[in-house]
Design a protein around this ligand. Structure first.
Ligand code: PRT
Ligand code: ZN
Length: 296
């Protein structure tokens, strides 16, 4: 029995846009999560890990301080946290493909804008003051940053600022407030991060096990298992056509001398075009199936 001290701690957003996807990713990786949505922590039943449900803004701190070994957070929050730090205390292990959004400058339709230089001397409201400051610095523009913790899209109407810098996904919020999107400050999605604080050997082992399961889930999002029959002389050409497949398995077909079954995991999407090429090369009975789990 492992003691509590050898459990991994994984920081997830408690409730918000990333919560469901984060849990789903862990579930797909085979972790059985105990307890309901309202607790602050939950044990993983079948793996030595404990989930900590926190506000997304706290996740970078938890991971970089080593309170949690892992965390799932948006790049926007992560980069705002690290924008003026030298010792980050975390590393990004994987982009997760959900929680996509863009940190954008925006302004009322009537506001003239011809690129970042138009921001000179203006007031810009944002919840991301460090990322905005970095953008202004990179563009060599002086402007006043007004930090707001929410409802940034109201700033122009309230005459708090003439520009805003806020997250956009569908653009509906900007449209509803008669604002038009201008330049992009940051493209963002959720990422998996790991602390760079040292872990003891037992925990490091558990962490490696967890990573290989998660990498497996991420890999299967795109991967397919492909099977076909082919004559020996077509094998070279067929293996060259298979997209992103390393070392396919080739086995002789019983009762059909000179013919083989070819099985391979393709790391890239398999399109009809690929199947047609395989057929033209001599393959028959081609089957493409989704992969549910994979461990590298
Ligand atoms: O309580 P807690 O602090 O944990 O949550 P939160 O309210 O700070 O964050 P939450 O749940 O809103 O978002 C969590 C993360 O989801 C963000 O940090 C981003 O990484 C990501 N994300 C993806 C978004 C959006 N899309 C998004 N559209 N976060 C916020 N928005 C907001 C945006 O601020 C604006 O108000 O949605 C509005 C714009 O959306 P559209 O679709 O109208 O363009
Ligand atoms: Zn937040």
């Amino acid at each position: 029995m492992l003691s509590d001290r050898t459990r991994l701690h994984i920081a997830l957003q408690k409730s918000g846009r990333l919560s469901d996807y984060s849990r789903e990713l862990l579930r797909d990786a085979g972790f059985r999560i105990q307890s309901g949505k309202n607790s602050l922590t939950a044990r993983v039943e079948n793996f030595p890990a404990e989930l900590m449900f926190v506000r997304d803004d706290d996740i970078p701190t938890f991971v970089s301080d080593g309170v949690c070994e892992f965390g799932i957070v948006g790049q926007n929050v992560l980069e705002e946290f690290s924008a003026e730090r030298t010792d980050l205390g975390y590393e990004v292990l994987a982009e997760l493909g959900f929680g996509r959004c863009t940190l954008k400058l925006a302004a009322p339709e009537s506001m003239p804008y011809e690129g970042p230089a138009s921001l000179a001397g203006q007031r810009i409201a944002t919840s991301y003051p460090r990322l905005l400051a970095r953008f202004l610095r990179e563009n060599d523009v002086d402007a006043t940053i007004v930090t707001m913790s929410g409802a940034v899209e109201l700033a122009p109407r309230l005459q708090i600022a003439s520009f805003i810098c806020d997250l956009v996904s569908t653009g509906a919020t900007l449209e509803a407030n008669n604002l038009r999107a201008l330049d992009t400050v940051l493209d963002s999605q959720a990422v998996l991060i790991r602390t760079t604080r040292p872990m003891d050997a037992t925990r490091a082992d558990i962490a490696a096990g967890m990573m290989s399961r998660i990498e497996g889930v991420l890999a299967t999002k795109e991967s397919k298992y492909i099977m076909m029959n082919a004559p020996g002389e077509a094998l070279k050409q067929i293996t060259d056509i298979l997209p992103g497949a390393e070392a396919p398995t080739i086995v002789p077909l019983h009762g059909r001398p000179g013919n083989f079954a070819v099985h391979a995991v393709c790391q890239e999407s398999v399109f009809w075009e690929t199947l047609q090429k395989l057929k033209a090369a001599g393959a028959s009975a081609i089957l493409v199936v989704p992969i549910e789990k994979m461990m590298m």
